[in-house]
Design a protein around this ligand. Structure first.
Ligand code: ADP
Length: 259
């Protein structure tokens, strides 16, 4: 047998792929360290101030320290969530669920927040969507919560509309807002971990830039896909498509105790 050498095209391609993956990992770790270091620096700074200057208001410093600590906690939890999903530790539990109730509950969660900003929040569901489908309730809910919460966060006036289409067992869910929008050059970036886009308007809102990264990973684990279209200054539409097989009522009725 002839041993493969680095000059073999297949081996070279594999080495290139490993090198690219390694570089991506290094960049990712650098981004993680940077994101964690910034709030930690704030904590150190205020702790030192408290040590050196007993006259400083402990309450004010305490609030800033607590907020920064919360930020680090959220970052770590978000990262753990991504690694749990990617490593396959998090298993998908597809069970028969009441999909209409799930959609209504998610929208209801944001009613007050939308009303406080004067936004119309609507939900429109295709009549073809079955009452019961097989899906992972928790993960589906999490994707929708992330999308609706972003739509409200990045919209100051107008509306947030959730539309749910259904065809050939595939749900086509669009969350459309009339908010600040996303620049064309940012459209691909917004799904990357820690990316908060380039607009200063978006960065004025609180956030850690992990919501859409988690949403995309979850969508792919559920076998679905997510895409965004947007017009800066006019609004964005996040479209999430996923297969949601209808639960056959007749079969369930014929075998009430069965799975
Ligand atoms: P975060 O909201 O914590 O920054 P996300 O990962 O959820 O993190 O979003 C990444 C970035 O994508 C946001 O910082 C923002 O720039 C942009 N973005 C997300 N959703 C919207 C939206 N509905 N309208 C405008 N920009 C959005």
């Amino acid at each position: 047998m002839i041993a493969p050498t680095a000059s073999d095209p297949a081996i070279r391609a594999e080495l290139e792929r490993a090198k690219a993956a390694n570089e991506a990992k290094t960049r990712y770790l650098a981004a993680v360290s940077h994101e964690i270091r910034s709030p930690l620096n704030v904590i150190y700074g205020y702790a030192q101030l408290l040590e050196r200057d007993p006259g400083i208001s402990g309450a004010e410093a305490g609030t800033i320290i607590r907020r920064s600590a919360e930020h680090v906690t959220n970052l770590v939890e978000g990262l753990l969530e991504i690694s749990r999903i990617e490593s396959g530790v998090m298993t998908i539990r597809a069970e028969p669920i009441d999909i209409r109730a799930l959609l209504q509950q998610v929208v209801a969660m944001f009613r007050m927040q939308a009303a406080a900003k004067g936004l119309a929040l609507t939900l429109e569901i295709d009549a073809r969507l079955p009452d019961r489908v097989k899906a992972d309730d928790k993960r589906l809910r999490q994707i929708l919560i992330n999308l609706v919460s972003n739509a409200i966060k990045y919209t100051d006036a107008g509306s947030v509309a959730v539309h749910v289409g259904y065809r050939s067992q595939v749900a086509d869910i669009t969350v459309r807002d009339t908010g600040i929008g996303i620049a064309a050059e940012d459209l691909d970036r917004v799904f990357a971990p820690f990316d908060r886009g380039s607009s200063s308007e978006a960065q004025r809102q609180p956030g850690i830039g992990l919501g859409l990264a988690i949403t995309r990973v979850l969508a792919s684990v559920l076998g679905g896909d997510i895409a965004v279209t947007s017009t800066p200054g006019a609004g964005s539409a996040f479209r999430f498509r996923v297969m949601l097989p209808a639960v056959d009522r007749a079969v369930r009725g014929a075998n009430p105790g069965g799975a």
